[in-house]
Each structure stands twice: as C-alpha cells, then as structure tokens.
Design a protein around this ligand. Sequence first.
Ligand SMILES: C[S@@+](CC[C@H](N)C(=O)[O-])C[C@H]1O[C@@H](n2cnc3c(N)ncnc32)[C@H](O)[C@@H]1O
Length: 230
Amino acid sequence: MIELNKIYNEDCLEGIRQIDDKTIDLIVTDPPYLINYKTNRRQDKSHKFTTAIENDDNPDLIVTYIKECYRILKDDSAMYMFCNADKVEFFKKELNKFFNVKNMIIWVKNNHTAGDLKRAFGKKYEIIFLVNKGKKEFNGKRLTDVWNFDRVVGNKQIHQNQKPLDLITQCVVKHSAEGDVIFDGFMGSGTTAIACINTNRNFIGFETDKEYFYKSIERIKDHKKELETD
Ligand SMILES: C[S@@+](CC[C@H](N)C(=O)[O-])C[C@H]1O[C@@H](n2cnc3c(N)ncnc32)[C@H](O)[C@@H]1O
C-alpha cells in the first residue's frame, strides 16, 4: 500500500505497479537521460558525481515507465518530463505513443557544456516535455516555452543532476491544485517533494540509489524544520 508524502528506496517500475489506475493528478519527472553521463570536471575522481547515475543506459526502463505514467494519471492531466537534446527523438517517439505533446520547453541554463570545443558550440539548454493525457489547461497566465533558471551549485547541490527548485515549483504550480497528488519516479535529491511541500501538494516518489535516497529524506526533514522555525 503506497502512502502519500513518502519517498521509497525502490525501483520505480516495481513501485508504480502498486499505484492504482487514474489516481495521480500530475507527474513531474526527471529520468536518467540515457547518455551515460559522468562529469570530467572534478579533480577528485572518487567523488560520487563522477560516476553515471543508475540506468543511464537503459532505454527499456523509459519505455515501460512512460506507459505506466499514462496508466496512473487521471484523465485530463499533465506530465513534465526532462530530457537531453541528444535523446529527444527517442523520448518524443515514446511519449507520442500515449500522450499529446504540448510543448518542448527549452530550459536555458547559466552554463554550457564543453564537448567538442573546435566543432560544436557549447550546449546551454535542456528539454522539458510538457504532455497531456486528454486535455489539461494550465493555471494562471500563459508562459512561453523558453524558461531561464540557474543551475544548483555549491553547498546547495546534493545530486549531480539536481534541478532548480524554482523550476520544479513552476511545473507543479502551473498544472496542479492544492491537495493534489504529484508523482516522481526518479526523486534524486527530492526536489519534486520539496516543491510539493512548499505549495501544499502531496507527493509519491521513488529513488533506487541508497545514498541519494537518504539525502532526500534528510533534505525533507531539514526543510520542514526550517519551515517550522520561520
Ligand atoms: C536525473 S536524476 C533526478 C534528479 C532530481 N530531479 C533532483 O532534482 O535531484 C535521476 C535519478 O533516478 C534514479 N534512478 C535511476 N533508475 C531508477 C529506477 N529504476 N527507479 C528509481 N530511481 C531510479 C537515479 O539514481 C537518479 O538519482
């Protein structure tokens, strides 16, 4: 029995099967990008951020995950799914099998990749698919499909792929209401959970990596303490 407002240290494909059909109001999710990414920028090669995250080379996970996301979402609801430009065709093809793709939002970051320094320009963006199951109107004013948010750096960075809290909060606020249930099968450092707590939404999440799982639990505890003392 899945409880609300909990992150489970469990494979999301196992976990999602325990969620009933058409019970989730919104999905905001940041899966492995399938690029087997490891940073070369860190001097300390034993640092956790220098190894690829789990399943960064497993397209079958994404194929099944998208199908299950469609199943658990209520009719006339939305999902945001992050994706890297190098795999955009694959993600779009899989999403199109079930969902109506409404936008490919370009998240412009305040840094760019190194890569092929002489032949390719530095990539400064990531993609966020906004898709609908049926038809879902956004809340409030209409935005454009180019979003500017700074990366999380320094002491605030707990996870190598951590997404800015303001960005995730924008997704939550535009497509859900207070009291709704938001799902994220790839919680990482728990950013989706924190956005839900701050905006009076409920969350359900999964994270397989033990270290990140415990960090997300700590982050939520510390955040709740901060809110109480404010
Ligand atoms: C891109 S990161 C998410 C980062 C998150 N958005 C944040 O702000 O911290 C994807 C996460 O999915 C986790 N993961 C990979 N395969 C998984 C699976 N089958 N079930 C649950 N989590 C998984 C990885 O360990 C990684 O922490």
